[in-house]
Write a protein that binds this ligand. Structure first.
Ligand code: KIV
Length: 293
């Protein structure tokens, strides 16, 4: 029987690649979330998740871009470093953004090294690209792969839609996953794949598979923080389950603040600093003296 997950933060040990392999072998589900800032990282730490991904979904969720393509290495490094400072135990994975690893092995290795050295990531993630994944692994950085719907190349995939919906396309997803596995990836994300397809193509995999919109048969699940906690409004993919309404709560709080300021209900005496009466009297005396002089 698998051990219950250790939730006392003080007793939890850092999650290693070996630990993830053991969890897979024991059938213990792996919990992964995205995070893009220090307070969210602290919540992920307190919640006892296993892997935190600084996803390039940061482009949409926190930077206001329309898709993931424009986000830069510098932007990702700043976010990843903030997340690092909020984490102790989860494995920290940084997403290599579009255009930062595809051109050559040298480019891929240099970018991956920056994520490790400058942001303190334990590993990086690449979309597809088994050749680049192999080069990065050989250069000493653990790599997580990503197949199925890969947002950086969504246009070539026919948009943001489920992948592997024909036998040929499903086989192509599996082939790509096996190539990434052979390249030395320690884990792989399956995104937006019919559950029945995942049931079949997860079988030949020997590394932990983390699903997002890929059904229930993967070794773990990941959701984008802003979708899962209801931080942003707007479109929500079919596979998202909402566990909180943070945006609604923020809106409620901000409206209440605005109302209090406008009605002068805030600040109240308890929000205001005091001064000893004799000091206040001396101040008034000094000001009075100055006005009379
Ligand atoms: O960028 C991201 O958030 C991701 C997850 C969807 C896995 O790649």
């Amino acid at each position: 029987m698998s051990k219950p997950p250790q939730t006392d933060p003080a007793e939890r040990r850092p999650v290693t690649l070996t630990k993830l392999g053991e969890m897979r072998a024991l059938g213990e589900p792996i919990v992964m979330v995205t995070a893009y800032d220090h307070p969210s990282a602290q919540v992920a730490e307190a919640a006892g998740v296993d892997i935190v991904l600084v996803g390039d979904s940061a482009a949409n969720t926190v930077l206001g871009y329309a898709d993931t393509v424009p986000v830069t290495v510098e932007e990702m490094l700043m976010l990843a470093a903030a997340v690092r400072r909020g984490l102790r135990t989860p494995l920290l994975v940084g997403d290599l953004p579009f255009g930062s690893y595809e051109a050559s092995d040298e480019q891929a290795i240099a970018t991956a090294h920056r994520f490790v050295k400058e942001a303190g990531c334990d590993a990086v993630k690449v979309e597809g690209s088994a050749e680049r994944a192999r080069a990065i692994v050989r250069a000493g950085v653990p790599v997580m792969g990503h197949v199925g719907l890969t947002p950086q190349t969504a246009t070539a995939l026919g948009g943001y839609r489920a992948q592997g919906r024909t036998a040929e396309r499903a086989k192509a997803v599996l082939d790509e996953a096996l190539e990434l596995q052979a390249a030395g990836c320690f884990s792989i994300v399956f995104e937006a794949i019919p559950g029945a397809v995942t049931d079949v193509i997860v079988e030949p995999m020997e590394i932990p598979v983390i699903g997002i919109g890929a059904g229930a048969s993967t070794d773990g699940q990941v959701l984008v923080l802003h979708d899962m906690l209801g931080i942003s409004g707007g479109f929500q993919p079919k596979f998202v389950k909402r566990y909180a309404d943070v945006r609604g709560e923020m809106l409620r709080g901000m409206r209440a603040f605005a109302e209090d300021v406008r009605t002068r209900a805030f600040p109240a005496p308890e929000h205001t600093y005091g001064i000893a009466p004799e000091e206040l009297a001396r101040l008034k005396q000094q000001l009075g003296d100055r006005q009379r002089a």
